[in-house]
Design a protein around this ligand. Structure first.
Ligand code: HEM
Length: 418
């Protein structure tokens, strides 16, 4: 059967986004640097070329926020959305959406919050949160694993680390969903307006908290950031509300959503990949390999933007300053040239850790250690406490929320012996 040309594929169609992997595989072979004729966005799809992009932040910049305002294809912002947004704080580019030297200053402060030492000390605490979440549904013999566990573990950990009362966590999820909608690249107008309202609500909540912590410092990340010194050329100063909100927003969204999807996907693979569950129960030492392979197999940040800053060449193709790229981490992770038999889930894969799920280069995820720690701690406890875990009847293949950047698992109904 003849295949349709790549140009006939709508890469932003929600139906396409359910399973982009066959198209990724064609892109890697037919056009590793591919200018999508519908949007003019350039897709980069191989492990090697994405690493090349990430090694050159001065050429392939993360200051893409302005270029994308108004939607994935660019354009003006809707006046009603603008009116809502203007009730909040002006956007500031800090970590993810900034380039050096600005990026370097904010990143240094952000990374301080998630150092190796701090994360290593969190094991017992993460185990305790895991146990108390399982207590909430263990007697039922069933649960919707994503909302009852996978969403809540990273959210509780981030809320506690930031110093936000746990009672406010339901708002956390609403706000976080607002940011995800904004990033989706496929949201309707109503969805964008709703997301803008949630984001303004988020900003007002945290401005109040920032003010409180300015006066009464506490032992948590918000307080640390509020009192941190953002020296510019030897001139000490504290961050403004807008800067702090930008940092917190990134920690909130990046810290919650991504980890939740990895945890859900890991459970799904355990229950569906033949022999995997038994292997892991028999040999808990396999857990880190299982976690890395889960991260490789489903990259929660499936794609990320870059802005071309100067005319350049990549993979033999000319790129012009001002062009928008999508670096396809999800595709890099399935690149046969780097991961032999890449579509097979193999917890013993030797180079699984070379996946690009946490990015690479100066923007490499600052929460990678924390995400790994949460997963490595939680899975052995889940397997110990949920006996004979299985999918509930009616739970078919995983479904994903339509989103260009994130590969978000929608839900996972599981059963076990109560
Ligand atoms: C499985 C979980 C996670 C995944 C898959 C993930 C993925 C990523 C990726 C791909 C990037 C790089 C984006 C780029 O290439 O421009 C990134 C950056 C970032 N991540 Fe994560 N992340 C995860 C967990 C976390 C957690 C737990 C936190 C915070 C506690 C976090 C905070 C950040 C921040 C602040 C950045 C921006 C860093 C910078 O631009 O310098 N992430 N993450």
């Amino acid at each position: 059967m003849s295949q349709q040309p790549l140009s006939a594929i709508d890469f932003f169609d929600p139906i396409f986004l359910q399973d982009p992997y066959p198209a990724y595989s064609r892109l890697r072979v037919e056009a590793p640097v591919y200018r999508d004729p519908r949007t003019n966005i350039v897709f980069i799809s191989t492990h090697e070329l994405i690493n090349e992009v990430n090694r050159q932040p001065a050429v392939f910049s993360n200051s893409f926020a302005e270029a994308l305002r108004g939607g994935a294809g660019g354009g003006e912002m809707d006046p009603e959305e603008l009116a809502i947004v203007s009730q909040g704080l002006p956007p500031v580019n800090t970590m993810l959406t900034a380039d050096p030297p600005v990026h370097t200053r904010y990143r240094k402060l952000g990374a301080k919050a998630f150092t190796f030492k701090r994360v290593e000390q969190m094991g017992a605490y993460i185990a305790q949160v895991t146990d108390s979440l399982i207590d909430g549904f263990a007697a039922d013999g069933r649960c919707e694993f994503k909302t009852q566990f996978a969403d809540l573990l990273p959210m509780t950990v981030i809320a506690d680390a930031l110093g936000v009362p746990r009672a406010d966590m339901p708002s956390f999820k609403r706000w976080s969903d607002g940011f995800i909608t904004q990033l989706s690249g496929v949201a309707t107008r109503d969805e964008r307006l709703d997301a803008a309202r949630r984001i303004v609500e988020f900003q007002h909540y945290f401005v109040d908290m920032i003010e409180e912590k300015r006066v009464r410092p506490t032992d948590d990340i918000i307080s640390d950031l509020v009192h941190a010194d953002l020296s510019e050329e030897g001139d000490p100063r504290k961050m403004t509300h807008a800067e702090l909100i930008s940092m917190l927003q990134q920690i909130l969204v990046a810290g919650n959503e991504t980890t939740a999807h990895s945890i859900t996907a890991g459970m799904y693979y355990l229950l569906t990949k033949p022999g995997l569950l038994d292997d892991l129960i028999a040999d808990p030492e396999m857990t880190p390999g299982f976690i890395e392979e889960t991260l490789r197999y489903l990259a929660p940040v499936n794609n990320m933007w870059r802005l071309v800053k100067q005319d350049t060449q990549l993979g033999g193709h000319s790129l012009k300053a001002g062009e928008i790229l999508l670096v396809r981490y999800g595709s890099a992770n399935r690149d046969e040239a780097h991961f032999p038999d890449a579509d097979r889930f193999d917890p013993r894969r030797e180079n699984a850790r070379e996946h690009l799920s946490f990015g690479a280069g100066i923007h490499t995820c600052i929460g990678a250690m924390l995400a790994r720690k949460e997963m490595v701690t939680a899975f052995p406890i889940l397997l110990r406490r949920l006996k004979h875990p299985r999918l509930q009847a009616g739970q078919g293949e995983m479904r994903y929320s339509p989103n260009v950047l994130l590969r978000g698992v929608l839900s996972l109904d599981i059963a076990f012996d109560a």
